[in-house]
Each structure stands twice: as structure tokens, then as C-alpha cells.
Ligand binder design. Structure first.
Ligand code: FPP
Length: 246
């Protein structure tokens, strides 16, 4: 039986988030520049989005550029930004054909204007698509997101728009960049690193974490299916006991 056939359709994760790691090491192993790793990484993005689309996964969120990534060498940042623009231009028709809505989270105003403009254009063109919401985390940092929320809510308290007693998890959810997205069910990180790196700290509270040694540019549909099968073999208890679930 193929890996895909082993997946139980009624128990798919609704929201998969991915920390795409290992582009640089992939390139180094092959004696190539790091940028070649990012280029191959963009192909892996396509592969995984297709795989998720085939299965009917509704929400996919990719960590494409963190707030910390601005500290990389200027040339590498430039390559990543160019790659984003060229991928968006190249894939707009595929997004439309497959009814995928593009969405972005993070401090996107801080992106170079050509990236920002292209992103806005693709988001606008795909806004009616309803098969999948593909979210790119760009210039994203979870601590920054949470810090901004605290400022926003504090200002609302100060201006009597909300009272302290009414601040609850729903209010916080409504202020997150991810306010249109459900909680993450499955978080995948490639390349053998086992950390979260400031990605969706609030949103992964009950996510299943899946770490694989595969470097991101090598990650393909079969690897995705393996991660989903692994997820489906876990018992998600959300703080309850096994008996309570049965
Ligand atoms: C991590 O590998 C990867 C990134 C910082 C960028 C991710 C970008 C892409 C996959 C390409 C384009 C994306 C889209 C959405 C088209 P790393 O460079 O940290 O690898 P290393 O840890 O081996 O150095």
C-alpha cells in the first residue's frame, strides 16, 4: 500500500505549519552556494503545497522568513526576496487553478516594496479561492507578534474599548496575525533541528511536533505523507486522559 493510501481522510490535520530548514546545509553538501539551496527549497514548497492540496488540507503555513533572518548577509537576503517575487509570479496561475488563497503573516510592511507589492497583488487576486489557505510567514517573529498584541490591547483598555476582565483567549486570538486561521495541528521541522525558533508560539499550544532529518530541499510528498501518518498514530488528549477520550 502506498504511503498516501495509508492516510485516514477523516483524521487529517486541518492546519499544517512548516519550519523549512536546511537549505544552506543542503547546498554546502553539494558544494553549491547557499542560494542554490533556497532555489531548490522553493521547488520543495511547490511539492508540499501540491501534496497538501491532493489530500484536501485546508490550511498550510510556511515559515519563509523570520525577523531574525534580516541579520543574514545582505546578498542572501536579496536572493530570498528575489526568489519570493519570482515564485509568486511563476505560481499565480497554479494558485488560481487549484483555488488556493495566498495569505501572509508578519511585519510585511518591512519587506522591500517590490515583494510587498507582488504579495498584495497575489493576495488580492486569490482572495476568493476557497480550497486552501496558504500562509507565508514573512518577517515574522512570534515574540514580536505577542508584544504588539499586548500594546494594542493595552491601548484599548486605556481608551475604555475593552475592560481588563474581558481579556480572554478569544480576545488574544482575534489580535493575532493568524486571526483567520485555526490552531496548528501539526508542526513539521526539517533538517534535524528540534526547536521552534520563534514560530507561532501561541498557536502551537496543542500542536503535534514532527521533526525529520530530511533537509528542506529534499523534502517531498512522500516525506509529507510520512509526517501525516505519524501524526495520525498519535493520541491528542488536549489535557484529558485516554479514558475520557474513548
Ligand atoms: C532555512 O534554511 C530556510 C530559509 C531561511 C528560507 C526558506 C525559503 C525558501 C524555502 C525558499 C522560498 C520560499 C518560498 C515561499 C517560495 P537555512 O538557510 O537556514 O539552512 P541552514 O540551516 O542549513 O543554513
Amino acid at each position: 500500500m502506498s504511503l498516501k493510501d495509508q492516510i485516514i481522510p477523516s483524521r487529517l490535520p486541518n492546519h499544517i505549519a512548516v519550519i523549512m530548514d536546511g537549505n544552506g546545509r543542503w547546498a554546502k553538501l553539494k558544494g553549491l552556494f547557499r542560494t542554490a539551496g533556497h532555489e531548490k527549497g522553493a521547488n520543495a514548497v511547490k511539492e508540499v503545497v501540491e501534496g497538501c492540496g491532493d489530500l484536501g488540507i485546508k490550511f498550510v503555513t510556511l515559515y519563509a522568513f523570520s525577523t531574525e533572518n534580516w541579520n543574514r548577509p545582505k546578498m542572501e537576503v536579496k536572493t530570498l526576496m528575489n526568489l519570493l517575487v519570482s515564485s509568486l509570479k511563476k505560481e499565480i496561475n497554479t494558485l488560481q487553478k487549484n483555488k488556493i488563497r495566498l495569505h501572509a503573516i508578519g511585519n510585511i510592511e518591512s519587506l522591500p516594496s517590490k515583494v510587498y507589492k507582488e504579495l498584495q497583488e497575489v493576495m488580492e487576486k486569490t482572495k476568493e479561492n476557497d480550497k486552501m489557505m496558504l500562509t507565508l510567514a514573512l518577517s515574522y517573529g512570534s515574540r514580536e507578534e505577542i508584544t504588539n498584541i499586548i500594546k494594542e490591547i493595552s491601548a484599548k483598555v486605556k481608551n475604555n474599548i475593552i475592560s481588563i476582565e474581558n481579556i480572554d483567549e478569544t480576545v488574544i486570538n482575534e489580535h493575532l496575525y493568524t486571526r483567520n486561521l485555526p490552531d496548528v495541528d501539526l508542526l513539521i521541522r526539517t533538517s534535524g533541528e528540534q526547536r521552534i525558533s520563534n514560530f507561532l508560539l501561541w498557536q502551537i499550544a496543542y500542536a503535534e511536533l514532527y521533526f525529520t532529518e530530511v533537509l528542506w530541499p529534499d523534502f517531498n510528498k512522500e516525506h509529507l505523507f510520512e509526517a501525516i501518518i505519524n501524526y495520525q498514530n498519535r493520541e491528542r488528549r488536549f489535557g484529558k486522559t485516554s479514558d475520557q477520550l474513548n
